[in-house]
Design a binder for this molecule. Structure first.
Ligand SMILES: [Zn+2]
Length: 340
């Protein structure tokens, strides 16, 4: 019997567990998947107990050959130790690898979720040369030209949701940096006089491009321009607390000019920062995930245009910025990639 691979995604607001079976040397099949949303005040003990339950459900008595773990927070990957979670109490300095090895008697690799999602998208998603499985048909199409039948070797994965984070894949492997902080694209400053950031500085790309920033900018514009934003006002029923990035984008797609300006400004801020990255690192591809990456083709065109304007002329054709292909499941596929 083929022994399965187990993948965990400790997501902070939800936990997910998947079981993968190997079909041939390069192909894997997602055999079972269980997700559970966390209660309002989860703690580490709850997360861990939930994961064991989900694992039992997907394993159904089978023993995993190896376990990959994506953790939503800083991790000392070499030691398999979670530093902390920004969302869930009790994860301070937990040796998650040792706990899981004791539990399952299998090899365990733990890494930070942005790194893991970057690896998942590179090996099985928008940076991959081939389709991943029968269940998840990924349309590669025109992208095959750029990859020439191979996975991308250098990728920056950027997640744009409640914050902006990122992870690097260089020469096919996770690049962590000297202090395991590589890829923090969210805190690249693009406007020194911009809004204050959680990191203590001003004008970080996160404060201009993430979901809550989009909602905040739209709210400010609605308040300052009482005659504008008709479609957005209808969507939120004139309740400013109901403004979200999703609704701003819906209004923009429906033709609301105010909402369109807000979305375009966010896209341009992100694209400007990515132009800096392209100048510095010349990656083969930049993959954008997270909720905001579902904003549509116009959003991506704005991101690419801003990046192109902010690179040297020789690099304009090297601007390859695409949406993620694996959605919420990127950390699970990445967790698989950690151990195969
Ligand atoms: Zn910052």
């Amino acid at each position: 019997m083929i022994r399965p691979y187990l993948a965990f995604d400790f997501g902070g607001t939800k936990n997910a567990c998947a079981l993968f079976l190997q079909e041939d040397a390069h192909a894997f099949h997602l055999d079972a998947l269980e997700k559970r949303a966390s209660p309002p005040q989860p703690d580490a003990a709850y997360d861990y107990a939930t994961m064991l339950e989900l694992a039992r459900n997907v394993l159904r008595g089978r023993e995993p050959i190896a376990i990959g773990v994506s953790f939503g927070g800083p991790v000392r990957a070499q030691e398999g130790v979670v530093v902390l979670s920004h969302h869930v109490a009790g994860w301070e300095n937990v040796s998650l690898r040792a706990k899981l090895e004791n539990e399952f008697h299998a090899r365990v690799v733990v890494d930070n979720d942005a790194n893991v999602a970057a690896l998942g998208e590179t090996k099985f998603g928008a940076g991959a040369a081939s389709r991943i499985s029968k269940d998840r048909q990924i349309e590669i199409g025109a992208r095959e030209d750029a990859t020439q039948g191979k996975n991308c070797s250098s990728v920056l994965y950027v997640t744009v949701s409640t914050g902006v984070g990122g992870g690097w894949i260089l020469n096919g492997e996770i690049y962590r940096g000297a202090n395991e902080l590589a890829g923090e694209i969210g805190h690249v400053v693009i406007d020194p006089n911009g809004p204050p950031c959680v990191c203590g500085r001003r004008g970080c790309v996160e404060q201009l491009a993430c979901g809550p920033a989009i909602a905040r900018h739209a709210r400010e514009r609605l308040i300052n321009n009482p005659a504008r934003g008709k479609i957005l006002r209808e969507l939120i029923q004139n309740d400013f607390s109901q403004v979200t990035a999703l609704r701003v984008n819906q209004a923009a797609l429906a033709g609301d000019a105010l909402a369109r300006e807000v979305m375009d400004a966010a896209a341009r801020a992100l694209g400007f920062a990515l132009g800096n990255v392209i100048c510095l690192m010349n990656p083969q591809r930049i993959i954008i995930g997270g909720g905001v990456s579902n904003a549509g083709e116009h959003y991506f065109e704005m991101v690419r245009a801003a990046a192109r304007e902010n690179v040297m002329p020789q690099l304009r054709n090297a601007v390859d910025i695409v949406p993620a292909a694996l959605g919420d499941d990127a950390p699970l596929w990445g967790a698989l990639a950690l151990v195969v």
